[in-house]
Design a protein around this ligand. Sequence first.
Ligand code: GLC
Length: 590
Amino acid sequence: MISHFKKWISILLTLTLIAGCAPKPIEVNEDEVLFKKIAQLVQAERNNFAYVDSLEYTLGSVLSGGGSHPTSNNAAGWRNLVSQYQKQSPTPIIYGVDAVHGHNNLKGATIFPHNIGLGATQDEDLLYRIGVATGKEVSATGVHWNFAPTLAVAQDIRWGRTYESYSEDHNIVSSLGLAYIKGLQSTGIAATAKHFLADGATKFNPDSGYKLDQGDAPLDEETLRRIHLYPYYEAIQEGEVLTVMISYSSINGEKLHGSKYWITDVLKGELGFKGLVISDWEAIHQLEGSLYQQIVQSMNAGIDMLMQPFNWKSVVDTMFRAVKNNDISRERIDDAYERVMYVKTQLGLLDNTFEMANESVINSNEHKALAREAVAKSLVLLKNQNQVLPLQKTAKILLIGPGIDNAGLASGGWTFSWQGENSSQNLPQATTLKKAFEAVASAHGGMITTDRSKINEVDVVILALAELPYAEEVGDATDLSLTGSMMHPDNQDAINFAKTSNKPVVTILTAGRPRLIHEELKDWDAFVMAWLYGSEAAGITDVLYGDLDFTGKLPFTWPKTSNTDVISSQNSQRDVNQILFDIGYGLKTR
Ligand code: GLC
C-alpha cells in the first residue's frame, strides 16, 4: 500500500515540479502590441527625435525636412544618421527626404532642372533616367524614401509651387511623372505621388486671404477626375507608386486631410492604391478641433502615417487613447500598419535586403552629363530675330544681370536649404552660366566679360534675368512682372543697360514660371526661357552656341497678365487676349 502511495506521491511531486518549471504562457500585453503598432504610423523629423527616443517610441519613420542634413553633409554622414536610428529601432524605420530635383539636401549632389523645365522636354525616357539617377544618389546615402514626384497640374502660375509641376496639361504631368516614378523605384527607393488631390487647382481668392498655396479648389467632380486625378491613376496602375502624400489644400471647402471620400473611397477603393498614405508636414493641425479630433478625423479618412515632426510623442499617445475609446477602430489601425509594413517589405527593410548604391554615383560624370542633357532639352526659344542665335564660338560677349554667376538662383527652392540659396556658396559642384560661357570662349578664342565699360568691344550682350529662390507659400505671387513678386532686385538695372547698349541682346530668364515680358520683348533680339536649370549650365551654352538646337516646348501658357487664372489651356473660359505664347510653343534656330 505504502509503496503505491509513495509512487503516486512521487508522480504528483514530479508533475508539480514540471508544471512549476514550465514556461509561463507569455502574457501578451495587448495594449503594448497596440501601442507599438500605433508608433509605426507616426513620422518625426530628425532634429526632434533622438536615437534614444526610439527605445520607447518605436516610430515607423523619420524624415529630413527641407535643408535638414547631418553635420557631415556627405554620403558617410547621411548613412551614419540613418544607421543610428536602425540600430536603436526594434522595427527598421523608413527614412524620407525631399529629393525633388536630385538629392538636393546633399552637398555636392547633381541638381537637375526643376519639374517645370523637365515639362518643357516632354521626354519620358529622360525623366526615367533622372528618376534612376536620383534614386541612386538617394540610396547611396542610406535613405529609403523620396517625397517626389509632385503630380500637381498647376493652373495658376502665381502659385509658389508652380515650378514643382511639370505642366498645366494633365497628360504631360501623367506621362513624365509616371516615367520618373518607374525610374526612381527601379533603384529600390520609394516614390511619393503628391499632393493628393488637386493641389495645383486652388483659386487665388481674396476671401481666402489671396492664398494659392494650401488654398481651396472650387471644382466640379468631372474636372477633378479628368485633370487632377488622372496622373494618380497612372502612377498607381502603371507605376505601382508605393506612397501618396495628401495635400494641405481643400476641394470645395473640404480639407483633403479629412476627406474619407477622396482618400478611402477613391484613392484606396476605386484606384486600388495598396501603399501607404502619408499626411503633409503638420497638415492635420489645419483640421477642425483638438489634436485628438484631428487625429481621429485624419486616420478615419484613411491616412496611414502622420508626418508630425515635433509633437510625435503626443500624437502616438493621443492616437492610442482614441483607439482605446473606439474612436478609431482596430481594423483601421491594422490596415494602416499593414500598409506601412508592405512598403517596408517592398524596400527590403524588414529582411535587411535594402541595397545602397556606391557613393561614387553622387554627381558622377554620368549624372552631370544627364543633367546637362536635361538642361539643353528644357530650354525654350521664344524669339530669335536676325538669327542672333546660335552664337559664334569666337564671339566677344558681355554678360550682365543677376543670373550670370549664381548657382543658387539657377536652382531655386528645395536646394541645399528649404527656401533655396541666393549664391553659389553651398553649391560648389555647380557650373554657372559664366563658367559655361568661359569654357567655350577659352576653347575657341572667344571673349567673355562682365565689365560693362567694354560694351563697345563686344558683339552681343547676354542679359541674364532671375527670380529669387522660394518654396511653397513664400513663392505665391501677385505681380508677375520682371520687377514684381520674388524677382531679383538687380533685374531692372540690367534691363535698362541692355536697352541702351546698341548691341544685339539675348535675354535668358531663370525663373520657376513664366513672367510678364511682353513690354520688354521688343528690345531683345532673342529670348530663352531657362526655368530653374540647376547645376549644369553647360546645357545652356551647348544650345546657345549651336552644338544642339532648341527642342523645348512651353509646358504652360505664357501670359500677358498677372491675373493668371484665366489663361490655362485647361480653362474652357480662357481669355486668349491675355496670352502671349500658347502652351506647346517653342522655336528652333534651324
Ligand atoms: C512640405 C511640403 C511637402 C514635403 C513635406 C516634407 O510642407 O508640402 O511637399 O514633402 O513638407 O518636407
